[in-house]
Design a protein around this ligand. Structure first.
Ligand SMILES: N[C@@H](CCC(=O)N[C@@H](CS)C(=O)NCC(=O)O)C(=O)O
Length: 197
């Protein structure tokens, strides 16, 4: 059985969406950031960095959104969450590296930086429906979760990000995405500045 450690609305939403899309059984353990549960010794024993997500599987423990998404896509190939071919796979990794190493830090830095990087993401989408190829992949899940968090936290000129807005709308049409949002909302968001309608 898979166990996913989450904090509602945070980075862990991405693997949570992937698991709901895949439809495989899993346990969810929600940590309260308000109670600093991510710093408790029992959790630090699983993830010494004290961050979410963490996925505990029968064959190992994984941290980092990109790695967990990649593992899930490889473990459940029938869900077709990995693009086809070496280039498709590498492009998905490129998007996820960009999300983790550029977009997420830009959000933390604040100021003009988030919009600057979101404009790059918007250009990179270049009017395509999905980040890589012609179907949903783990790259879309990673990108969507970060944009979801940023757009519901900062006041952004959303009309300047038409590609990201269309991508967001497309993702929000997926039942697994709606289900994940509902589950996490019902557990309760505790993230600073998050304003979800
Ligand atoms: N690079 C990590 C980032 C994970 C991360 O920053 N998680 C945040 C929530 S979005 C966290 O757990 N913060 C808790 C803390 O820093 O105490 C990933 O992609 O998984």
């Amino acid at each position: 059985m898979l166990t996913l450690y989450i904090a509602p609305g945070s980075s862990s939403m991405a693997p949570h969406i992937a698991l709901n899309l895949i439809g495989a059984p899993f346990d969810i353990r929600a940590l309260s950031f308000a109670k600093r549960e991510q710093r408790e010794p029992t959790y630090l024993a699983i993830n010494p960095e004290g961050k979410v997500p963490t996925l505990v599987a029968e064959d190992g423990v994984l941290t980092e959104v990109a790695a967990i998404l990649f593992y899930l896509a490889r473990r459940f190939p029938e869900a077709r969450l990995l693009p086809d071919g070496p280039m498709g796979e590498a492009q998905a990794l490129s998007w996820m590296s960009f999300a983790a190493a550029t977009l997420h830090p830009a959000f933390m830095i604040g100021g003009e930086r988030p919009l600057e990087v979101l404009r790059q993401a918007d250009q990179r989408l270049a009017g395509r429906a999905w980040a890589v190829g012609d179907r949903l992949s783990i790259a879309d899940i990673h990108l969507f979760r970060l944009f979801w968090r940023i757009r519901h936290t900062l006041d952004l000129p959303l009309d300047e990000l038409p590609g990201l807005m269309a991508h967001y709308a497309r993702m929000m049409e997926l039942p697994a995405v709606l289900k994940t949002c509902e589950i996490e909302r019902d557990i309760g968001y505790e993230l600073r500045g998050l304003r979800v309608p």
